[in-house]
Ligand binder design. Structure first.
Ligand SMILES: *[C@@H]1O[C@H](CO)[C@@H](O)[C@H](O)[C@H]1NC(C)=O
Length: 388
């Protein structure tokens, strides 16, 4: 009897998982007056029924961010945000992060590529916003502050990968009536060109900073990701994550993401390293250990750049592979638990255009998935899916 019950439960559990494993295309979102070069979709964040989509190439690279509301399975543009100081060429909307209360938008090319981050307080479930200051640290030109940003609670982490000959740095801000810089995350071993801060993620008191061009025992741009932890208000570097199999040009740390006690780091490879991969790390005691290696299923020998973009949510990892299939691009959906994710579906850019580089950016929240179709010859668009 007991055995029967557990078999039944197992069967039910399988049904539940299976019902979440397929991507169903819902829509292609384009801008009404879209132009080639708008880069509409280069950053996408989904939170429940609201999506934020960056178009940093709009208005002579001044940039804009669109707020979309989901009604049923479809998304509609509800409003547009442009930077308070609309500097031409600031590239507003390249880095975007959102919580229930805050929206952070990077302008990495502002002020001769120094970069600033604009903060917005969100209301009405994330649909309306009010200016909440501009973060402009005293960094030199070409720091690219705001190229990537992440938020968790009242903590913001901003990468500035170009700082000091692209050694890079990342800054931490906390909300205390205003957004105030509270720490500088750096790796004293960073060398010129390492790109520390190119990708950032924060969850509670843990931050991960990608450094995709760090050399590993002479393997150039093998890459690494550094884990920082906050104890009693002080951030310290706790661990350096490296790939299980380092490779020249592997670019481990190109994209990083976190959810709960899971860190996900991508290694998209390069023209010399055909296959990309994504490593899942979970906490074993006080150390982050590799729990799983995710790979694509690319055909042929072309580089696929699997891991160029990633989006981690509670029950899924979505991975973009924008150069798979001769620059057509693909999107992979893995579902399950950290360490036991299973590839459930793969979507190709549903366009006839062969240089779409679909999957150049991806976003996921719950059953909702979105991916950028970058395109070299048409205005860019964002494809939306639901997990069936
Ligand atoms: C740049 O990095 C070098 C080597 O770590 C260091 O000596 C120098 O002080 C740094 N410069 C700045 C402006 O931080």
């Amino acid at each position: 009897m007991a055995r029967k019950t557990s078999l039944l439960l197992l069967a039910l559990a399988c049904c539940i998982i299976a019902s979440n494993g397929k991507l169903q295309l819902m829509d292609e979102i384009t801008l009404p007056d879209g132009h080639i070069g708008d880069q509409f979709g280069s950053s996408i964040v989904i939170r429940r029924n609201v999506a934020y989509i960056g178009a940093p190439g709009m208005i002579d690279d001044s940039g804009a961010v669109f707020i979309l509301e989901r009604v049923g399975p479809m998304w509609d543009i509800a409003s547009t945000i442009v930077p308070a100081q609309s500097e031409l060429g600031g590239y507003f909307g390249h880095g975007i992060a959102a919580t229930d209360d805050w929206l952070a938008i990077g302008q990495p090319n502002a002020d001769y590529y120094t970069g600033v981050v604009d903060m917005f307080a969100l209301t009405r479930g994330g649909l309306t916003w009010a200016q909440a200051g501009t973060l402009a640290p005293s960094l030199p030109r070409h720091s690219f502050f705001g190229y990537d940003v992440d938020l968790s609670g009242n903590t913001l982490v901003v990468g500035a990968y170009g700082y000091n000959s692209s050694r890079g740095v990342a800054m931490v801000y906390d909300w205390a009536g205003t957004w105030t810089e509270t720490a500088v995350l750096a790796d004293s071993w960073s060398g010129p060109g390492d790109h520390f801060g190119f990708s950032v993620a924060v969850e509670g008191d843990v931050a991960v900073v990608g450094s995709w061009c760090t050399a590993h025992y002479g393997l150039l741009c093998s890459g690494s990701a550094k884990v920082f932890e906050r104890h009693a208000g002080c951030w310290g570097m706790r661990q350096v994550l490296t790939p299980g199999v380092p490779a020249t040009g592997g670019r481990f740390g190109y994209a990083v993401d976190m959810v709960g006690a899971t860190i996900v780091v991508s290694m998209p490879g390069s023209v010399t390293t055909a296959r990309g991969s994504v490593t899942v790390f979970t906490l074993a005691g006080t150390r982050w250990e590799q729990a799983q290696l995710l790979t694509g299923a690319a055909e042929g020998t072309d580089p696929d750049a699997f891991g160029f973009s990633i989006a981690v949510s509670r029950s899924s990892v979505v991975v973009g592979a924008p150069t798979e299939g001769g620059m057509a691009g693909a999107l992979y959906l893995f579902t399950g638990q950290p360490g036991a994710y299973r590839m459930d579906d793969k979507a190709r850019g549903p366009t006839s255009e062969h240089r779409a580089m679909f999957g150049s950016s991806v976003a996921a929240d719950g059953d909702h998935v979105a991916a950028w179709s970058k395109s070299a010859v048409e205005p860019a668009s964002v494809f939306t899916y639901i997990r069936k």
